[in-house]
Design a protein around this ligand. Structure first.
Ligand SMILES: Cc1cc2nc3c(=O)[nH]c(=O)nc-3n(C[C@H](O)[C@H](O)[C@H](O)COP(=O)(O)OP(=O)(O)OC[C@H]3O[C@@H](n4cnc5c(N)ncnc54)[C@H](O)[C@@H]3O)c2cc1C
Length: 419
């Protein structure tokens, strides 16, 4: 099987590389062994944490972190890559919005997390004033979002000081089937049910009942993200029309439908641009000639070779097995690439959960063009992107998906530039 480019990994980094290559008319294949981190993430895209405008903070950050992936992409290209992401998502009907500075998205436990881009259907605290009253509602029996816990934590935030937070449970008899097995009562199960049966009318009357029962006028409601596996905008609009309330979603505990929708939108866009996406295809190894990768083989055996002119390694971090932690050290399993690590195992993690953990910055080393290094020499046609990369700490910096988007986009740019 021969392609112009092959990307290993179907997360946001691999998809952003694939979108740019497919859009340029290249015959592009993405091979993904399984789910990506987006299935567990909020679906918001962090650029750089902090309260201000991360676009302004970016250049200083790059200057003080010369090894960081953002430094290899460059300030302007990082911003271009995020605009491209917004354009591709918009083409699939998913609107990602930003303001003039970071906004805060609500987490399922009622804390606020600073981020750059969020779907316009998400519950966020931005520049507009908060309402006087807010209803946090969940579905009766659902365990992955607890309005009382979220409300208690939100009430501690200064932004919510003058906002009265109501909580309640929506009762839907259709959900009774799930009560037999709580493991089947996850956001994705509810979404599948809502996709099969139109429950909007029942949901709307339950929201109205909660507001009437509270005895407090309220026209702003937040629900857990579990109403559909597809685009939620039309469904929320219908609920808003029936209730007269503004309705937004909060990501639940994983699986996270908001992240899954972002993944699916990017994948569908990639397919629409002519790309090929293979799922359940774990790349096991590569055939190389000198510094050139010739082809890849998967779990189906070495005699089926996936050949291409260029390759992108976007296999994620430990979470997705793009990096493997062994007793003797950290390794990148497909190419045996050079990995930034610490020989002293005791130095890998901080002592407490919320301490800094050096292993977060471990990953594959590259040259300035994001070409993967092995034995200190760069492969001529293999680039790396996303959380497999060394020298960045998504949690400490608040840069998780931002780095994945920017480096995926940039790796594709280098491939196009090399043609
Ligand atoms: C729980 C969680 C919450 C997060 N929340 C946020 C957030 O709110 N905001 C934010 O900006 N960032 C967040 N992040 C970080 C962000 O999601 C990741 O940095 C980003 O998604 C990484 O994308 P990636 O494409 O590099 O890797 P991944 O998403 O990990 O994708 C790797 C892909 O490679 C595939 N793969 C791995 N090995 C092979 C192989 N051998 N062959 C074929 N395919 C392979 C995997 O199946 C997967 O498809 C979160 C991360 C996690 C884990």
């Amino acid at each position: 099987m021969r392609f112009d480019s092959i990307i290993i990994g179907g997360g946001v980094a691999g998809l952003c590389a694939g979108l740019r290559l497919a859009e340029a008319g290249r015959k592009t294949l993405i091979m993904a062994s399984g789910q990506s981190a987006l299935h567990f993430s909020s679906g918001s895209v962090d650029l750089l944490g902090g309260e201000g405008d991360p676009r302004e903070a970016l250049q200083d950050f790059i200057d003080s972190h010369p090894d960081h992936p953002y430094a290899k992409v460059g300030h302007d290209n990082v911003l271009k890559s995020l605009l491209d992401l917004q354009t591709h998502c918009a083409a699939q009907g998913l609107t990602l919005v930003s303001g003039e500075r970071n906004h805060h998205r609500l987490t399922p436990i009622g804390t606020l997390k600073s981020t750059w881009l969020s779907p316009d259907t998400c519950a966020v605290v931005g520049d507009t004033a908060l309402p006087d009253t807010l209803l946090l509602a969940t579905l009766e029996g659902f365990r992955d979002f607890h309005p009382a816990l979220a409300a208690a934590n939100l009430a501690r935030q200064s932004a919510f000081r003058s906002c009265k937070i109501l909580t309640g449970e929506l009762r839907l008899p259709q959900l009774a089937a799930f009560s037999r097995n709580p493991h089947e009562f996850r956001s994705a199960d509810i979404a599948r049910l809502c996709d099969r049966h139109d429950l909007i009318k029942e949901l709307a009357s339950e929201i109205s009942r909660l507001i009437i029962d509270s005895g407090t006028p309220c026209s702003h409601v937040i629900l857990p993200a579990c109403l559909t596996l597809g685009l939620v905008g039309p469904r929320l609009a219908e609920l808003e029309k029936r209730t007269g309330c503004t309705i937004r979603e909060v990501a639940t505990m994983p699986p996270s439908l908001i992240g899954m929708r972002l993944q699916e939108s990017l994948k569908q866009r990639f397919l629409a641009l002519g790309g090929t996406f293979l799922t359940s295809e774990r790349v096991q190894g590569a055939h190389c000639e000198g510094d050139r990768v010739v082809g890849l083989f998967s779990q189906n055996g070495e005699d089926i070779l996936f050949e291409a002119d260029h390759f992108v390694l976007a296999t994620g971090s430990f979470f997705s097995r793009g990096l493997e932690s062994r007793l003797r050290g950290i390794r990148e399993p497909i190419f045996g690439a050079d990995v930034l690590s610490d020989p002293e195992r005791d130095a890998w993690a901080g002592r407490r959960l919320f301490d800094h953990h050096p292993f977060m910055g471990f990953g594959v080393k590259t040259d300035e063009q994001l070409r993967v290094l092995r034995g200190g020499t760069a492969f001529s046609n293999l680039y790396a992107a996303g959380s497999v990369l060394a020298h960045y700490d998504p949690i400490r910096e608040g840069s998780g998906s931002g780095v994945a988007v920017a480096t995926g986009w940039q790796a594709a740019g280098h491939i196009l530039g090399a043609l």
